[in-house]
Design a protein around this ligand. Structure first.
Ligand SMILES: Cc1cc2nc3c(=O)[nH]c(=O)nc-3n(C[C@H](O)[C@H](O)[C@H](O)COP(=O)(O)OP(=O)(O)OC[C@H]3O[C@@H](n4cnc5c(N)ncnc54)[C@H](O)[C@@H]3O)c2cc1C
Length: 558
């Protein structure tokens, strides 16, 4: 076999390891070496919170592969505790520091792949380096957290930052018996998602004993008789035995910057859709690179394992002359906390507004629904809170968010694929999805979302939104049964139960816009159809009283 290319990979976890393994599948002749600064290759970063929480009992369960396996199965050399210090692009060489021996040497490459990931942000606050303050990125990080809890019998933890990793760490610390406070600068947890979708998450966290300090910022840390005091912007102080910092990650671009590779506006390594950097012999993948959003066309950072793995594979393909190309990202992500799943795909309303792409009168519309995750007649159905955003012009699906105990991942994944294929709400109406009582309904939540959205676009069921109800001055009609109405209703609403509506239409004003609602929007849709055919001007409040409560309060009762 003729001597093949020499491929060097920097970083041996998600992007780097998948690139190396794919490269071997494409060329038996290539020489492939992975340099990894840390003590492990190809470990499960996503499992780290669960190792802290002792759900994953043994450290070795976090190791997806070992250097021995890479050697035996793929003939790939893995050099652990080897940090790449610099890139000599002119001579196509890298400088490597063996962290065990202290020696430094040069390695030549034909193709270099950078997959250095992203490092947790540590804000430059007073006392930030105090013992007992941790970030979570590596196996040693999570081991240290476990040891700290055990050694100091830690009882109180503060998690700074309420995103994915913050929530996962919170659950695992609670499971270890700690009382946990989350401090979040934004008025909501999961700050990338739409606030009304998260209000029930706040309630769920509180029910599970977690204290939330939203709209709050840490300004410094002090050590205080063996524990930590967190000084807060409000002037208050929070005491802790342990602090987890989960305030985001920053792409590791030092190597690339110093080598003069182009860095994008968002601070990631600039690559084309073949994952090639500004140097034709260097590729970059994973958390360190900037990627294009398939929906908005905007370039940004998307630190997720799926894109990192796919990009690694694509870089290997391109190195070996294949015509592979990265489609872009849509930020499909999920987290489960105390049994509640929160997931999204595509840009949220909040993101679209931030990008200046959301125009209330213009391009996009949103709908809410709260279907059961499977058929209601089969025991155990639970509600999914679902939000779909779509283009008004052609029904193209833009994004979806879902929160619920069961079946959330399946629905978000269907929408994720639909977005990639430029599908419309009319496609969702027609989607043929698996159904049996345990898994779905003959009209799956995906079909229902399509039908509701298509009804809006066809003009069959115009909608109004909860956030605009109060200021609208419209006649508000609640078509639920009186006990439901008595339990809570929109201020000023008139209650006429659906089953009495045909006989009582004379009580409704013909000259005014009527906004109908029920609990989730289904009965009021029937009312809507009945009234519009009788000449009334009606709109359905999308998602009903449940969405209204989510939008106007800090949580709904489930
Ligand atoms: C706690 C946690 C939970 C997560 N959960 C999820 C999840 O549930 N779902 C999801 O999609 N994503 C999750 N992620 C994100 C996901 O792990 C990352 O998006 C993914 O690992 C990125 O892959 P990467 O190859 O770019 O970087 P990494 O996997 O971070 O690998 C980069 C490696 O490069 C090494 N390195 C850096 N510089 C050098 C150098 N100069 N020389 C040698 N080696 C170097 C680093 O030591 C590191 O091991 C989670 C991340 C964390 C930390």
């Amino acid at each position: 076999m003729a001597k093949g290319k020499r491929i060097l990979v920097v970083g041996g976890v998600a992007g780097g390891a998948s690139c190396a393994a794919r490269a071997r599948r494409l060329s038996e002749a290539a020489e492939i070496i992975i340099f990894e600064r840390g003590p492990y290759v190809s470990f499960a970063n996503c499992g780290l919170p669960y190792y802290v929480g002792e759900v994953i009992k043994k450290e070795e369960n976090l190791l997806v592969a070992t250097p021995e396996l890479f050697k035996q199965r793929f003939n790939i050399e893995v050099r652990l505790r080897h940090e790449v210090l610099s890139i000599d692009r002119a001579n196509k060489r890298i400088e490597v520091h063996d962290l065990t021996s202290g020696a430094t040497h040069l390695e030549a490459y034909d193709a270099l792949v950078l997959s250095p990931g992203a490092s947790p942000i540590k804000p430059p606050l007073p006392g930030i380096d105090s013992p007992g303050i941790f970030t979570v990125r590596t196996i040693p990080d999570s081991r240290e957290i476990r040891e700290w809890i055990d050694r100091y019998q830690a009882r109180r933890a503060v998690v700074v930052g309420g995103g994915f990793i913050g929530l996962e760490m919170t659950e695992n610390l609670v499971n270890r018996g700690l009382s946990v406070t989350i401090i979040e600068m934004q008025p909501q947890l999961m700050p990338l998602m739409d606030p009304e979708m998260i209000s029930q998450v706040h309630r769920h966290m509180r029910r599970n004993g977690v204290k939330l300090r939203l709209n709050e910022t840490v300004t410094g840390f002090a050590q205080n008789n063996g524990s930590l005091s967190l000084e807060l912007k409000s002037g208050e102080v929070e005491a802790a035995d342990l602090v987890i910092l989960s305030v985001g990650v920053r792409p590791e671009t030092r190597l690339a910057k110093e080598a003069g590779l182009e860095i994008g506006e968002r601070g990631g390594i600039k690559v084309d859709d073949r994952m090639r950097t500004s140097d034709p012999n260097i590729w970059a993948v994973g958390d360190a690179v900037e990627v294009r959003d398939v929906v908005t066309g905007q370039v940004g950072l998307t630190p997720l394992a799926g894109p990192a793995n796919r990009q690694g594979r694509i870089a290997a393909d391109v190195i070996f002359g294949r015509d592979s190309c990265f489609r872009g990202v849509q930020g499909t992500a999920a987290v489960v906390v105390f049994g509640l799943a929160i997931a999204s795909t595509g840009p949220t309303e909040k993101m679209l507004k931030k990008l200046g792409l959301w125009d209330d009168l213009g391009k996009y519309e949103k709908i809410y629904l709260h279907p059961g995750h499977h058929a209601g007649y089969y025991p155990g159905a639970s509600l999914i809170t679902f939000k779909l955003i779509f283009a008004k012009e052609d029904g193209r699906i833009i994004s979806a968010q879902a929160v619920g105990n069961e079946g959330v991942d399946k629905r978000i994944d269907v929408i994720a694929m639909a977005i990639q294929k430029n599908a419309t709400v009319f496609d969702l109406e027609e989607a043929e999805l698996s159904y049996c009582p345990q898994f779905g309904s003959a009209k799956d939540p995906i079909n229902l979302a399509g039908m509701i959205a298509a009804n809006v676009l066809r003009g069959d069921a115009p909608i109004a939104h909860s956030d605009a109800v109060a200021a609208s001055g419209d006649f508000i009609l609640d078509v639920r049964d009186p006990p439901e109405f008595a339990n809570g209703h929109i201020d000023g609403a008139v209650n006429i139960p659906l089953n009495e509506l045909r006989d009582r239409v004379h009580e409704l004003p013909r000259e005014r816009q009527i906004l109908t609602y029920c609990f989730v929007g289904q009965r009021s849709y029937y009312a809507n159809r009945m009234l519009s055919q009788r000449g009334f001007q009606v709109k359905n409040i999308s998602g009903g009283y449940r969405t209204y409560s989510m939008s106007t309060s800090n949580g709904v009762d489930d």
